[in-house]
Design a protein around this ligand. Structure first.
Ligand code: C2O
Length: 571
């Protein structure tokens, strides 16, 4: 029976504070919402209004970003420090108010300040108005959000962010987690294993697992021994059912998958393992966590079956997983057809660069002591405007952006070269390709309603990283991906203009590219960035400004009441 639920106002209070949590037999001071890690689930129905009162009792200035919520004509509540708002200072409050019209599926929320999102995050689930019977797939008996996280033992996550900006990348997570649990690959105190996440199942039942990758640094592979997944949605957009035994999920992304409890009753490990670039310097520990899928009818204390995981450096499994997704058409509200006219085309390289530590010096010895590593888009590394007294959005809405010292993001890289030449990975004379790298507050303006095509091109300059690129305020049609260098003449014919997947975070494959299109129809100032903390903190970001349309209904309204004021510090 299709029951139409009336739109509701769903209200939450998020008290942000610090507490000690004990893992690996040590206490770590963490910043959390309402004493929980992961934080509270926001569970709403399409069309509802969401009201979240944030009470900041932590020592840090913070903001909360509602990852994937389009915030139509509501850029004010997008929650990006100094881009859309001044952060909420310690001891202050701010109420975020937004609706979730025209969206269904699994999204999430997280702090947008520094590394704090490692512990300040939670699921945001939007259910269809017509109820679960209207899902475009077999109705699940049970739905469970599963957040992949990381445990950073005794790490000051705000200092971590500053250190990254200063060129110190000497950090790594201590463990991975499923719904906050480290699992039995790790020891707690006195030789006992850490607790793992347990999913109890009944034979024959169907489970909708809503996976969210909330980690700071890695793509993950997920498997459950003896079971297969049918992927039905990604980033809050339905996909044509895709059956696989391995899910690939990058930071920022969500994947909804059905699992049928159709194995012989017993215990099965659910494993999430970090995927790593093929060449990684310095080496980075592989974080793996596991929980258990346990059949209720099974006899107690069986040793769970272990799935065979892909190799940690296997980038193909991720490439094919992403390439095999197609969008589910004719399903409102999330489907719309791909625009065929393109108004603006950008080719954006995602690269590593180096700059002299002492600003203004054009050449310096290429030693670690004199240079600083940063990442960039088209050789410009993003930085926030210094000493700003208001956010870019407030300036844009008010006196204009003239005084902010903005630079236009170049539409293409300054030099064309063999971007994905594996020889570039090794440091050496070829580092000349790194130059010129500059730091600036880059923006790119778009007329309201423009259709924008962006090809994100990864480079091999010192790295083989993939990059999960997240655009705020808009979903993107993922037209195609490829390995090597993008070549318009050859690759345009490979575009899926029929049923591309629609995502808010697109993975640009290691030594490859991804082409997307989106309609710039949401007025405001929107952050575009890599969702790896180690990249966004050192400049793999820019800002897309979408101008007002011709009518009041296509323009940005005034800011909400009690909008936070800046105190002059950056975050
Ligand atoms: Cu999920 Cu700008 O972030």
């Amino acid at each position: 029976m299709a029951l139409l639920t009336a739109a509701a106002v769903v209200e939450h209070t998020f008290v942000v504070s610090q507490m000690n949590m004990r893992h690996l037999c040590r206490d770590t001071l963490v910043t959390v919402v309402n004493g929980q890690l992961p934080g509270p689930v926001i569970d709403v129905t399409e069309g509802d209004s969401v009201v979240v009162h944030v009470v900041n009792r932590s020592p840090y200035s913070i903001t909360i970003h509602w990852h994937g919520v389009k915030q139509k004509r509501n850029c004010w509540t997008d929650g990006v420090p100094m881009i859309t708002q001044c952060p909420i200072r310690p001891g202050n409050n701010f109420t975020y108010q937004f609706n979730v019209d025209g969206q269904e599926g699994t999204l999430w929320w997280h702090s947008h300040v520094a590394g704090l999102r490692a512990t300040l995050h939670g699921a945001l689930i939007i259910r269809p108005r017509q109820g679960a019977a209207s899902y475009p797939f077999r109705r699940p008996d049970t739905e469970i959000p599963i957040i992949i996280g990381e445990w950073w033992q005794q790490t000051d996550l705000v200092q971590l962010d500053r250190d990254l900006a200063g060129g110190n990348f000497n950090y790594s997570p201590s463990a991975a987690t499923l719904n906050g649990k480290l699992g039995d690959l790790h020891y707690g105190c006195s030789g006992a294993m850490e607790e793992g996440h347990v999913l109890e199942v009944e034979p024959g039942r169907t489970y909708l697992l809503r996976f969210i990758n909330a980690v700071l640094v890695s793509e993950y592979y997920i498997k459950i021994a003896g079971h297969r997944f049918t992927v039905v949605a990604a980033d809050g957009n339905y996909v044509n059912p895709y059956t696989t035994d391995t899910i690939a999920i990058a930071p920022g992304q969500t994947v909804d998958a059905l699992v049928v409890a159709d194995a012989s009753p017993g215990s099965y490990y659910m494993v999430a393992m970090a995927a790593q670039p093929t060449i990684i310097v310095p080496p980075f520990p592989v974080t793996t966590t596991r929980g258990t899928v346990r059949y209720r009818s099974a006899g107690a204390q069986q040793q769970p079956l272990v799935p065979v995981m892909p190799d940690t450096h296997d980038t193909d499994t991720s490439f094919y997983f992403h390439g095999n997704l197609t969008g589910l058409q004719n399903r409102q509200p999330s489907s719309s057809s791909v625009p065929t006219r393109v108004d603006e085309r950008l080719l954006v390289t995602l690269s590593v660069g180096s700059m002299c530590r002492r600003q203004g010096q054009s050449s310096c010895a290429r030693t670690n002591a004199e240079t600083i590593i940063m990442v960039n888009l088209n050789n410009v590394s993003f930085q926030l405007p210094g000493g700003a007294t208001e956010s870019l959005l407030e300036a844009h809405y008010g006196r204009g952006l003239g005084a902010m010292g903005l630079v236009t993001l170049p539409d293409r890289p300054p030099v064309a070269f063999n971007f994905t030449d594996p020889a570039l990975v090794q440091r050496g004379p070829r580092e000349a390709w790194l130059e010129p790298t500059t730091k600036a507050t880059t923006v790119r303006r778009f007329r309201h309603g423009s259709v924008v095509e962006v090809v994100f091109q990864n480079t091999a300059v010192m790295q083989t990283d993939s990059n999960p690129m997240h655009l705020h305020g808009h979903d993107m049609f993922v037209l195609a991906q490829g390995l090597g260098n993008y070549d318009q003449a050859r690759d345009v014919v490979r575009y899926n203009l029929v049923n591309p997947p629609v995502r808010n975070t697109v993975l640009v494959p290691s030594l490859g590219w991804t082409a997307i299109r989106f309609v710039a129809d949401n007025p405001g100032v929107w952050f575009l960035h890599c969702h790896y903390l180690f990249h966004v903190s050192v400049g793999m970001a820019t800002v897309f400004i979408v101008e007002d349309g011709p009518t009041v209904g296509t323009s940005l309204p005034p800011p909400p009441a009690n909008f936070p004021k800046c105190d002059g510090s950056r975050t």
